[in-house]
Design a protein around this ligand. Structure first.
Ligand SMILES: Nc1nc2c(ncn2[C@@H]2O[C@H](COP(=O)(O)OP(=O)(O)OP(=O)(O)O)[C@@H](O)[C@H]2O)c(=O)[nH]1
Ligand SMILES: [Mg+2]
Length: 313
């Protein structure tokens, strides 16, 4: 292969919450970089997942699900997703093809109408493992009608159906160019941030209703104690005392379970033993307070957030 055949660029993955954007990126990378949960609005930041092959470097941009926000955090998340689009070389609009389009899917379609028509648009029809045969064509047509110019590709992130096919289509429409990141870089996030996310993921998996959505996690300390052991101290923030009670649980059992499961996940990421020290604090209404949001790492996106300063080569 000659150097001029090499392709590279940013594939921005957008869609409503819970359609499988983060699951798909992890599956394509063959490694868990993004947290995933059955609850909508799991992803809150723009995160990169970098796939380096001989013929291409695909920089996936994971984004928060586009939805009707109920508080400032939700607004920041939707703004973050929309802003990520301005840096796209390719846009992958992911939908859940096992269900007909929802109002949120139509909201995504409206955002995508603003894209320059020169930006390639792929419609990823995910969760095809759940697609009932009798509603197959009708549902596909309904999504296609929302983005007539998009090239539709069926896939299943969890079962692995047609992931090679989807990746081939994405690479085919990427621009020609050299690698933008070093070949061993898999994300732009630090281990410290991923550790906080892995703790939040366990909160999403163990808690119900509104409680997991009121959770934010900050790592206070991240230290390699010796060859084998990393010490991590983190604070889980919630909005109310009642939520703190649920998070801690009877005799501290809930917090203990969240801590144990998060520790296992962090150990798998680091390939080292971890001592995880968890604290819980109440920050009333942090999701509506601009200053708190900033402190917890949920910032208004800059116009060219994805590419600005991110290119290392
Ligand atoms: N059956 C099935 N489930 C899937 C598939 N892909 C993802 N899921 C599940 O869908 C749920 C949501 O997955 P996520 O990857 O967190 O979805 P997301 O689009 O990133 O969601 P937000 O971050 O909230 O915007 C999880 O329970 C996944 O296991 C798929 O192809 N088939
Ligand atoms: Mg996600």
């Amino acid at each position: 292969m000659s150097e001029s055949d090499h392709r590279s660029g940013f594939v921005v993955v957008v869609g409503r919450p819970n359609v499988g954007k983060s699951t798909l990126i992890n599956a394509l990378l063959g490694q868990k970089v993004m947290i995933v949960s059955p609850r909508p609005q799991t992803t809150r930041n723009r995160l990169l997942g970098i796939l380096t092959r001989d013929d291409a470097q695909v920089i996936f941009v994971d984004t928060p699900g586009i939805h009707q926000p109920l508080h400032r955090l939700g607004e920041v998340m939707v703004e973050t997703a929309a802003a990520a689009l301005s840096d796209a070389d390719v846009v992958l609009w992911l939908v859940d093809v096992s269900e007909p389009p929802t109002a949120e899917d139509r909201q995504v379609a409206a955002v995508l109408k603003r894209l320059p028509t020169t930006t390639p648009l792929i419609l990823g029809l995910n969760k095809c493992d759940r697609l009932a045969q009798h509603c197959k064509q009708g549902t596909i047509d309904a999504y296609q009608a929302l983005a007539p110019r998009a090239e539709a590709v069926l896939c299943s992130a969890t079962r692995g159906d047609n992931l090679d096919g989807l990746l081939a289509r994405l690479i085919a429409v990427l621009p020609q160019g050299p690698r933008l990141y070093l070949e061993d870089e898999i994300t732009d996030q630090h281990e410290r941030f991923i550790a906080a996310e892995l703790i939040r993921e366990q909160a999403l998996l163990h808690l119900r209703d509104e409680v997991p959505h009121a959770v934010a996690v900050l790592v206070n300390e991240f230290k390699e104690r010796n060859e084998q052991l990393t010490y991590i101290s983190a604070t889980i923030y919630v909005e109310r005392e009642t939520q703190k009670g649920i998070l801690v649980g009877k005799a501290g059992q809930m917090l203990k379970r969240i801590g144990q499961d998060a520790r296992r996940e962090i150990e798998a990421m680091l390939g080292r033993q971890v001592f995880l020290d968890l604290w819980v604090k109440v920050r009333p209404k942090w999701r509506t307070n601009e200053e708190e949001l900033r402190r917890l790492g949920y910032r208004r996106p800059k116009a060219t957030a994805a590419k600005g300063g991110g290119r290392r080569r």
